[in-house]
Ligand binder design. Structure first.
Ligand SMILES: [Zn+2]
Length: 478
């Protein structure tokens, strides 16, 4: 049984300073509840919403990157439904039934799963406002005797991307969303590391069954789990000879299952009507060209450039380009320290790991490219060992301390002065006569003695040098 999956991804335009139709601050994450509100985003009678041109520009950039066809006019509609998160009883969106009246439609985004490339069709791209945020004091809606509503999020700009039902597995769906987030990051639309920066609705059907929509999936991990669960659930129902009902379900990340939503929500039930307070906006060819010329380098083009210019592997280039911040930082370091392979290695294997431990927050990194270049330089000059580099990397990154200063202060340079090393080696040989005897017979036994010297210096000795001095003292070399 084949699965057919289409996604609707809501990207929050986290780079917009203001809401979609008013000048309220969009920074709801750090504001006390119900602080950033005004008559427009509360939908009080008689107000006039005014579209945010920055958001329109970003939606057009995304449309151009996906090679979608841009509509000649931007038309907003009212989408009616009744829910406490929607004070005015409607959401200002774009008519989403069918393909017309979106800001753009058509186009595609290519993904690669298991070495196979696949183009996923784009159905449409919309602009709409986010509803308010409902807070259940007991977290579980059924256990909470009341709800709290924070209208700070009411009116936050969203760009919605709907795909054609071209996806066939959870893996493909996750890859697609990852790719789209990467693009949105490069276009300065969405910062994917911010909590709640995107939400996904997944339409899933299994051969011979009706379509089921799973709403409001908030992370890639949950998207993967929800789709796997839902495909299995539908297959089992069909195999047992029953029929799949067309319905809306919610993903419950606590139980790891999808649950039927109490109320049905289908497009034809939303009673769309054109938003009477916002006249259709013309999107002229000239305007589109102006935006096209201001677009940054697209991630897949940047990736190819990294492979060619810096001779990186496809994997390395892919990781560095996965976030715009990282790609830019890489190039900044390479401008100072001119060995791209070594910079890529350090950023991918050590630097990125620490950022991920900090929740993927690049904004917490205080080190500049100079400090990272300096670390690599200290390593080249054998002033520090790779072990020490890894030890101090965290402090350099998140405290912005100059590595040279840190090394001097803590006296953690590599012990490489011959005289000091000789003394240490003599001491180790004195204290381990049996090991010395073994080593004289069997060169492999030298490693034990090298290990003892490393231990004495807390890993700060240069192992190659220790090895060579030891070999001389044991009579292997003259
Ligand atoms: Zn407002």
């Amino acid at each position: 049984m084949k699965a057919v999956i289409g996604l609707e991804i809501h990207l929050q335009v986290t780079s917009s300073k203001t809401k979609l139709f008013c000048s309220c601050s969009s920074d709801y994450r750090r504001s006390p509840p119900n602080r950033n509100i005004c008559p427009i985003c509360l939908g009080l009678p008689g107000v006039l919403p005014k579209p945010n041109s920055y958001v329109i520009e970003k939606a057009l950039m995304l449309s151009l990157a996906l090679e979608s066809k841009i509509s000649s006019h931007l038309i907003f509609s009212r989408k009616h439904y009744f829910y406490p998160d929607l004070p005015k009883g409607y959401q200002i969106s774009q008519f989403t039934y069918g393909r017309i009246s979106a800001i753009a439609y058509g186009g595609s985004l290519e993904i690669q799963v298991g070495g196979v490339r696949k183009k996923i069709g784009i159905r449409r791209i919309n602009i709409e406002e986010d509803p308010a945020k409902i807070v259940y004091p007991e977290r579980d809606p059924w256990k909470s005797s009341y709800v709290l509503i924070d209208y700070n999020r009411s009116g936050i700009p969203l760009i919605e991307v709907a795909t054609e039902p071209d996806l066939e597995s959870a893996e493909e769906a996750v890859k697609f969303v990852e790719k789209l987030l990467e693009l949105a990051d490069h276009l300065d639309i969405t910062d994917p590391s911010l909590e709640g920066s995107f939400r996904v609705d997944a339409n899933i059907s299994v051969e011979g069954g009706e379509r089921v929509e799973i709403k409001n999936i908030g992370s890639l991990k949950d998207l993967d789990r929800a789709i796997r669960y839902e495909i299995l659930r539908q297959k089992r129902i069909i195999e047992s000879g029953e029929k799949i009902r067309r319905e809306t379900r919610h993903w419950d990340d606590i139980t790891g299952s999808t649950v039927s939503a109490r109320h049905k929500e289908f497009e034809e039930e939303y009673r769309y009507m054109p938003e009477p307070d916002i006249p259709p906006l013309e999107i002229s060819e000239e305007y589109i060209e102006k935006i096209r010329s201001s677009m940054p380098e697209l991630p897949w083009i940047m990736k190819r450039r990294f492979e060619e210019k810096y001779k990186l592997s496809e994997y390395e280039a892919g990781v560095l380009v996965s976030r715009k911040w990282l790609a830019r930082f890489f190039e900044d370091v390479v401008r100072i320290y001119k060995n791209p392979g070594k910079v890529a290695d350090l950023l991918i294997n050590d630097f990125l790991g620490r950022v991920n431990e900090a929740g993927g927050r690049f904004d917490l990194v205080k080190a500049g490219p100079e400090q990272i270049a300096e670390l690599l330089d200290l390593l080249d000059k054998k002033i520090i060992s790779i072990k020490i580099l890894k030890e101090i990397l965290g402090r350099v990154m998140f405290e912005g301390i100059d590595p040279r200063k840190l090394v001097e202060e803590k006296n953690i340079t590599v012990v490489s002065e011959d005289q000091i090393l000789e003394e240490l080696i003599d001491r180790v040989m004195r204290e381990n006569p049996k090991a010395v005897e073994d080593a004289r017979r069997n060169p492999k036994a030298i490693n034990y003695l090298v290990g003892q010297v490393m231990k004495l210096t807390q890993g700060r000795a240069d192992p190659e040098k220790v090895n060579s001095i030891l070999r001389k003292k044991l009579g292997y070399e003259k």
